[in-house]
Design a protein around this ligand. Structure first.
Ligand code: URP
Ligand code: ZN
Ligand code: ZN
Length: 471
């Protein structure tokens, strides 16, 4: 046997199912062996610390063209460096079709935007906004065969939304071709009606974003999305679930044996609608859709993570700067809530927040952590077992954790190109001390040493989520 490149010694290995202490032998970027291992060219002592699979962020937005004049603050370089420093080694952002244009062109454009930039591996989701006969008959089936096996559709936003008939056609195609459909479930007409009513009453500040998209708006659309999926007999994933009402729809569908999956995000555990009511324009920092809900909803979302309603915990990183004219203030300093770009940053804080507040505070165990942040998304998006676990043959994507040092989270320590974090001032006790991507250290003590462009584009196999609610 030729010599191993690297051995990570004395690792407290945690996967979605197991934990044990072992050495991890790495050759050519892959895990060669796990156990008691002899010499290697490079030695790394994990010192008995927790070692989890590199995170797979199954939902983030980087350098995505916008239609309102705003510009995302992170491209594939700054976004991937930030991800790596936070323990994520695979990212899946979105190639978005422009209505009236080709989906294949959107993919080619997104490859140009990502080429030579990422420090970690990446795949693409598609966003289907215009399911014409040509898109459904030619482009999408061909793209699915080429390794783009998962796509998102929207029930809201003028530039993105599909009507129910279009959703049915698209789900039917997904079922036939074996793709996974992610659904942004909010009722667009309700949002439009409520927005107009709020504006007529002079209620245009950021805090009214939440009132324009109350839980019933998300609950109704979630129920409808599930019904359409049931009619077509296809699996779907409801993304960024914000609270109890939508979650209950998913839970009930799962209890009926439907292949309905759920994703939630840090903003629904750590923010509430009150954060949108911060003084002045500050609330704009937390404007995202669906909006953060109540403290009670946060508890329900924790319960959904514990009990397997959710298979995926993603960042939904949507990087818009607070200052300047390209981000949250694109429509002016005191813009109406309807004109504030939607989304919050969080690609670097996703894993530390869940490890610190979830695992270390006893809300979830470390296996559930791995399942939600790595194994679940890797299976959902056809990247498992190359990504999402620690096993012989898998890529050597590893996170060595420091779970002993309490610190206060500030935006200064983050590597994204956004000028704020919604989690400023939180006290945390977990941070990745060293992060390996394909056997190479890409982040050490929050310093990224990797060359942009080393990250590989990953073609996705057919999605393979389990039949039951838990992974
Ligand atoms: O507000 C959000 N979530 N913005 C990002 C785009 C999306 O719908 O995921
Ligand atoms: Zn969405
Ligand atoms: Zn998103």
């Amino acid at each position: 046997m030729t010599e191993l490149d690297t051995v990570v010694r004395n690792a407290n290995v945690v996967t979605a199912t197991d934990s044990y202490t072992a050495d991890i032998g790495i050759r050519d970027g892959r895990i060669e062996a796990i156990g008691t291992i002899g010499e290697a060219a490079t030695e790394f002592d994990a010192g008995g610390r927790l070692v989890t699979p590199g995170g797979v962020d199954g939902h983030c937005h980087l350098d995505q063209p916008m239609d309102d004049g705003s510009v995302m603050a992170d491209d594939f370089t700054s976004g991937s460096i930030s991800a790596a420093c936070g323990g994520t080694t695979t990212i899946i952002p979105f190639a978005c079709q422009e209505k009236g244009k080709s989906l294949r062109e959107a993919v080619e454009d997104y490859h140009r935007r990502s080429e030579g930039k990422s420090v970690i591996d990446y795949a693409f989701h598609l966003i289907v906004t215009d399911p014409t006969p040509n898109v459904l008959g030619q482009e999408l089936p061909a793209l699915i065969k080429d390794g783009y096996t998962h796509f998102k559709i929207y029930m809201t936003y003028d530039a993105l939304k599909l009507n129910d008939r279009q959703i049915l056609d698209t789900l039917n195609l997904a079922g036939r071709e074996g793709a996974m459909t992610m659904i942004h479930a909010e009722n667009d007409d309700c949002i439009a009606w409520l927005t107009e009513a709020l504006e007529t009453a002079g209620k245009t500040a950021p805090e009214f974003h939440a009132a324009s998209r109350p839980p019933v708006v998300e609950r109704e659309a979630t129920h409808r999305a599930i019904s359409l999926a049931e009619l077509m007999d296809v699996p779907v994933l409801i993304v960024h679930v914000s609270g109890n009402e939508a979650m209950t729809q998913i839970q009930q569908a799962q209890a009926r044996g439907l292949r309905i999956y759920g994703e939630t995000c840090p903003q629904y555990l750590f923010l509430t609608a009150d954060d949108l009511a911060a003084p002045g324009f500050e609330g704009a920092k937390c404007v995202c859709s669906p909006p953060p809900r109540t403290a009670e909803d946060q508890e329900h979302i924790w319960r959904g993570l514990q009990t397997g309603v959710f298979q995926i915990f993603s960042s939904d990183h949507a990087p818009f700067a607070f200052d300047g004219v390209e981000g949250k203030r694109v429509a002016g300093a005191g813009a109406k809530f309807r004109d504030i770009p939607n989304g919050v940053p969080g690609i670097e804080t996703r894993l530390p927040l869940l490890m610190s507040e979830g695992v270390l505070k006893g809300r979830i165990d470390c296996h559930k952590f791995v399942s939600l942040t790595a194994t679940g998304p890797a299976k959902m998006y056809g990247l498992f077992p190359r990504k999402g676990t620690i096993a012989p043959g898998s890529d050597a994507d590893l996170v060595i954790w420091d779970t002993e040092t309490e610190f206060t989270l500030t935006n200064e320590r983050l590597h994204h190109n956004v000028d704020y974090t919604p989690y400023e001032g939180m006290k945390l006790r977990a941070w990745p001390s060293t992060v390996f991507s394909r056997g190479v250290i890409v982040a050490d003590q929050s310093q990224c040493s990797a060359e942009p462009g080393r990250g590989l584009f990953l073609r996705s196999a057919p999605p393979n989520p389990p039949r039951s609610g838990s992974i």
